[in-house]
Design a protein. Structure first.
Length: 97
């Protein structure tokens, strides 16, 4: 079941594609969680990636564990992206914070 919770990212990248698998965030209590999504929309222009993740959820890496509210999503602290395994070796994406 899709939710209406979204995250937005702006990052520098050297490619015109996105190879981000998931993202790690820290909750207010210090717990790190993996966030995945059902939909990704992005544009890359002059090395700047603008990306929207829709219908996000907390994931254990294999199955959707549980939904997250927009209120909680808004309080998460970004830690890092997890990149796809089959990406070009020189691919990079660095969030602009």
């Amino acid at each position: 079941m899709k939710n209406n919770v979204s995250l937005f990212f702006v990052a520098e990248t050297n490619k015109k594609y996105v190879a981000i698998n998931t993202a790690i965030f820290k909750r207010r209590n210090g717990e790190e969680i993996v966030i995945d999504r059902d939909e990704t929309y992005y544009t890359v222009l002059d090395g700047l990636l603008s990306m929207e993740w829709n219908s996000i959820y907390v994931c254990d890496g294999e199955i959707q564990d549980y939904s997250i509210t927009q209120e909680e999503a808004d309080t998460l602290q970004f830690v890092r992206f997890e990149i796809e395994d089959d990406v070009d070796s020189d691919y990079y994406v660095e969030p602009i914070i």
